[in-house]
Write a new protein. Structure first.
Lengths: 423, 477
């Protein structure tokens, strides 16, 4: 090969001036495959084997084996963005199907084929609001109770668009509608609400929030997740303009926060959507075929006028979510969602029976998770629970949060027993 | 190479593998079985309800209708489609790593130690002092880096409004600068394809927050004046940002930190061989020099000296906050660690050598002209008076994936080609043969191509004019 090029040594091919060349060493010792597997396994065994009752935006649900087996097929996982649609119909169709499932779950006609996670999807909805709303305002209204990480991501996207974030208060775990109505005026470009809320409360005033947003021409962005959406009020029916949230609740095991951002919106924002869209068209034989479409929104064509800078996304996680949803079917999905309501309520009731704690803190219906008020400092109780191999959230001085899914439902009695010991 | 991609087609139907929805859907009433009051539940849910064997067959067929690096060459320029070592998947699948991000530091010491180790590897490879692993993709890394630059200038009390970007840069650079609230100053390419130093001198000034540079650039050319460029930007008080998309060419031979770059992102799905997954997930860690470390996203991971706790998460003093809801794409990061550990110093340097050798060898074998050089790991061939997009469609029929087409614009009818170190000589010869056959094919043949893929030529303009983005939209017709 060197002969064909006409050089004697491949070093001749490098055109790096001596002054900036690196001839040192990184100090990284190569290891064999076997050694690295052993090394990483040894490291990860140092993670304590806790039963996690953790949620707040990252959810552990059981992922059927078939998801790994199909999604790990090399034809899927070792492919890339479908710049040549004729030879990548398979992935395009899978993403088209994923989009369609989100269209059904949200009731909104447009869904993209992924953002990074719920936080970045929320942030992208704010910049969308900035582009599509004719109000002169620059305020994004978010609930007072919002995961801090989500708020921080939103804030970073808002800064560049000269948007500011304000909060509206909660009324026992859900939106305080009177306060929200008082604050909503022409300054507000977007109202964000969650269902369920970060504390697991099922929002009861969605239609009213939709009307408030409508009344001031603010965009109504609703945050949720793919499992909750299968049983809770359909976002389109309550006037949501955009739905964002976590779609990795299907398809992904707990993965230290790695997720899949859900993004769906009304038809009128089609040309302002961030991220990739797969559309159906026809090939030269008149056969239905799929392709990335409306790419003039995107950074590789529109550059600084693009709707977002997103390029690499979470396509493979979207494939996993779609396979998981297919396996469940609508019945399985609804059963799973209804269990999220029943189990949370039953574990909350059991904790409420103990002295030294009350749950749920908010007198609302709950989905998956709920807050617990403790007489003793919450951090100390969480520490004591961790010593008994249970992980729960500490959300305030005297507040814990507990999340129940099918991954830990078999150990809820043990959790309650541990609570009884440590309260 | 004769190539035939899978098609599953019933004669009477106008599509190949049916949509899941066409195989059968079911409508349920979620409220009926729900413990919730009716007002809080939806009325109906209609979704496909295939059996497990049907799911297996559907997705297996779809996979057969999809090109992948494991099937053959995938030389998309600037995408670095390397082979993805299989053992990294097994490392990532360790159930002990499947933990929630809100776990206490003391209960996830293994995860933190592994991530801290990766921070160190990446810092050494980039010549940087500190690295965050939070950005979930290259573009998110760019956004992080530019937010860090902005925070730095703000702390200095400087209000700078512009980011300078060469015309040949990735589109993400421009979009990122705009998202961070900066005006973009686009720099024309010089005659030799590199940064036009005089144009740069004219563009850089007291409003310059940063220069974003890809090096080697997007046709594989090393910016020989990088030391002077760095001085120019620094003298004006600006920062130098390194777009890591082409880092694969430099491994072991040059480090952005040594060249004067202050902040950079790494595309681990490119340089460090984590699978591209049909479009993602990737990860875009960001490295910074010491002076910028206080601005890194929160939480950051560090080793704790003299404490029983080995590693901890903390918020850097002037952190920009967060760019991902949690800690980024963990499953991708662990594969990155495994890949770097497998190669070590010598293997990483060897990857760059082979990548550059392969690109130069392939360029010698093709009949298309390559206007700029000497190039490194990728080259911008020109299809001349042929349409690059048509030549690419022709290549699809010869058992390879074509290069990136019609970009960057400095090369007319560009075919930006990056074979990576993964390809053998035989496979490079297949690739060259596909190039040359398609390039020599008649206009009529190219217009008719591809014929061997699942779909024939797709009318993308029509798909965009008449957007149908869901099976529901198809059903309305």
């Amino acid at each position: 090969m060197l002969d064909a090029i006409g050089v004697e040594d491949e070093e001749e091919l490098f055109d790096i001036p001596e002054a900036v060349a690196f001839d040192g060493e990184f100090g990284i010792e190569p290891r064999t495959e076997r050694e690295i597997r052993a090394e990483c396994a040894r490291l990860l065994r140092r993670n304590d084997d806790l039963t996690e009752f953790l949620g707040r935006g990252h959810y552990g649900h059981y992922v059927p084996s078939i998801v790994d087996h199909l999604a790990d097929r090399a034809e899927f996982i070792t492919s890339y963005t479908q710049y040549q649609p004729e030879i990548t119909q398979g992935f395009l169709q899978a993403l088209f199907e994923y989009q369609s499932m989100l269209v059904e779950l949200t009731g909104l006609p447009i869904a993209n084929c992924s953002m990074y996670d719920a936080a970045t999807a929320l942030a992208e909805s704010a910049t969308l609001a900035d582009r599509v709303r004719s109000t002169t305002g620059d305020v994004v209204l978010v609930p007072e109770q919002l995961r801090a990480g989500k708020r921080e991501v939103l804030s970073n996207y808002c800064d560049g668009a000269d948007l500011s974030i304000e909060t509206y208060p909660m009324d026992d775990g859900i939106a305080d509608l009177d306060a929200l109505a008082d604050r909503a005026d022409e300054d507000v470009v977007m109202i964000y609400a969650e269902n369920p809320t970060v504390r697991g409360c099922i929002e009861e005033g969605l239609a009213e929030i939709g009307e408030i947003a409508d009344g001031t021409d603010a965009l109504f962005t609703l945050g949720s997740d793919v499992i909750a959406l299968s049983v809770l009020q359909e976002p389109a029916s309550v006037g949501a303009d955009v739905v964002v949230g976590e779609a990795g609740a299907l398809g992904m095991p707990p993965a230290y926060g790695m997720g899949l951002g859900l993004f769906a919106c009304a038809e009128e924002y089609l040309r302002q959507v961030p991220g990739r869209l797969v559309g159906a068209g026809e090939d030269a034989d008149g056969m239905r075929a799929y392709t990335l479409t409306l790419q003039t929104r995107e950074q590789h064509i529109r550059k600084e006028r693009a709707t977002s800078n997103i390029c690499t996304n979470q396509a493979w996680v979207a494939l996993r979510a779609a396979i998981h949803a297919s396996m469940l079917g609508p019945d399985g999905l609804v059963d799973l969602a209804n269990d999220c309501v029943r189990e949370a309520e039953s574990v909350a009731a059991a904790i409420d029976d103990l002295s030294g704690a009350s749950a749920p803190v908010h007198d609302r219906h709950h989905f998956r998770e709920f807050a617990v008020r403790t007489d003793q400092p919450a951090a100390a109780i969480a520490g004591d629970l961790e010593a008994r191999d249970f992980a729960v959230h500490v959300i305030d001085e005297h507040l814990l949060q507990v999340c129940v899914t099918e991954l830990n439902v078999g150990e809820t009695d043990d959790l309650v027993e541990a609570f009884a010991e440590v309260l | 190479m004769i190539y035939d991609q899978a098609r599953y087609t019933r004669e009477e139907e106008n599509h190949h593998e049916p949509l899941l929805s066409e195989k059968g859907q079911e409508t349920v009433g979620p409220g009926e079985s729900s413990p919730l009051p009716e007002a809080l539940t939806r009325d109906e849910l209609t979704l496909p309800n295939p059996s497990e064997p049907e799911v297996a067959r559907h997705y297996t067929r779809l996979s057969q209708m999809n090109w992948a690096i494991d099937a053959g060459p995938y030389p998309l320029g600037s995408c670095t489609m390397k082979y993805n070592p299989k053992f990294t998947e097994d490392v990532a699948a360790d159930p002990n790593g499947a933990v929630h991000p809100d776990r206490s530091d003391r209960s996830v010491q293994g995860t933190l130690e592994l991530l801290a180790g990766l921070q160190e590897y990446l810092a050494a490879i980039g010549g940087m002092d500190a690295v965050t692993l939070q950005p979930p993709a290259g573009a998110a890394g760019e956004f992080t880096g530019i937010l860090i630059a902005k925070a730095y200038h703000e702390k200095q009390g400087n209000d700078r409004s512009e980011v300078v970007i060469p015309a040949s840069a990735h589109g993400t650079n421009f979009a990122t600068a705009a998202m961070a609230g900066y005006d973009v100053v686009e720099l024309p390419s010089g005659e030799d394809g590199r940064v036009d130093f005089e144009a740069l001198e004219a563009a850089v000034g007291e409003d310059t927050a940063a220069l974003m540079l890809t090096n080697p650039n997007t046709v594989g050319l090393f910016e020989r004046d990088i030391a002077e460029i760095a001085d120019l930007v620094h003298d004006a008080g600006g920062l130098l940002y390194y777009d890591g998309a082409n880092l694969n060419a430099l491994l072991g031979r040059g480090r952005p930190g040594d060249m004067g770059f202050d902040v950079m992102h790494y595309n681990v799905h490119k340089t460090f061989a984590t699978p591209h997954g049909g479009g993602g997930p990737g990860a875009g860690p960001v490295g910074v020099v010491e002076e910028l470390a206080e601005f890194l996203p929160t939480p950051h991971i560090r080793e704790v000296n003299g404490s029983k706790l080995g590693y901890e998460t903390y918020e850097p003093e002037h952190s920009i906050g967060k760019v991902h809801g949690f800690a980024g794409n963990w499953l991708v990061l662990i594969k990155t660690y495994a890949y770097i550990a497998r190669l070590g110093d010598a293997g990483l340097a060897d990857a760059a050598a082979k990548a550059v050798l392969n690109a130069n060898y392939l360029a010698e074998q093709i009949d298309l002209e390559v206007p700029y050089g000497p190039f490194h790991h990728e080259f911008g061939a020109t299809a001349g008076d042929r349409d690059a997009a048509d030549v690419a469609k022709g290549m699809l029929d010869y058992g390879v994936h074509p290069p990136t087409t019609k970009w960057p614009e400095m090369v007319p009818e560009a075919m930006l080609t990056e074979p990576t170190e993964a390809e053998s000589r035989a496979s490079l010869d297949d690739l060259a043969s596909a190039f040359n056959r398609a390039y020599a094919d008649s206009d009529e043949a190219l217009a008719d191509a591809p014929t061997q893929t699942t779909a024939r030529r797709i009318d993308q303009a029509d798909a965009a004019r008449n957007p149908r983005l869901s099976w529901q939209a198809l059903g309305e017709e």
